[in-house]
Design a protein around this ligand. Sequence first.
Ligand SMILES: [Zn+2]
Length: 233
Amino acid sequence: MSLYHLSHYEIKRGKNKVIIPLGSTEQHGPHLPVSTDTIIAEYFANQLTKKIPSYSLSGIPSGVSFEHRPFFNISITNDLLSELLTQICVSLGENGFNQIIILNGHRGNMGVVQYVPQKVEKINPKVKVYGINYWQLIERDFDHGGIVETSLMLAISPKLVQMSKAKSGYLNRKMLHATYSSFLSNSSSFKITKNGVLGDPRNATKEEGKKIISTTLKNLLRTIKELDRLLAT
Ligand SMILES: [Zn+2]
């Protein structure tokens, strides 16, 4: 359930976790909207609230996407994102929420998400923050506007997908895996794709999206359970 739809009197603190979907605003090729990462992160956050005692917040649409230049992106710096997430978590802690999940939907935010739990813990040791990158649990090779993201969007928000415009992008996965860090640190990395796509979205289907959702949700729940167990000891 979204916390934003509740009144002050309805919000139950204590054992409930708060899930912060973290997205981006960046090009996803000619067939997907710039909100793709935020929509997917919000979707998984909302699904999780049906499975575990928790509330979700609206997705944060501002991430670190400078690598998409000169394609469209609205980006903020690592420092600002780190400060934003840290302050939101500290404020949630002051409001009685001690378990927070940052559900990240964009690779460029990874570096920040990794350190926010430590920053928050230094300010308020009672607040535990789990930073989870959902795509690490999808059991597929991740892409950008390729078959995975496009299938997910067909399952979550089909009206926003323009399949007739879907075209194959950059396909050399081995090279990408080997050089991803330097790829991301180059502020115009996506130029090599020509059309902004990593992977091939043309065979994407709603059914494939549903399969990815089901696997990912299972893995997310397993991961959260395990983090609960580890952090309780
Ligand atoms: Zn994406």
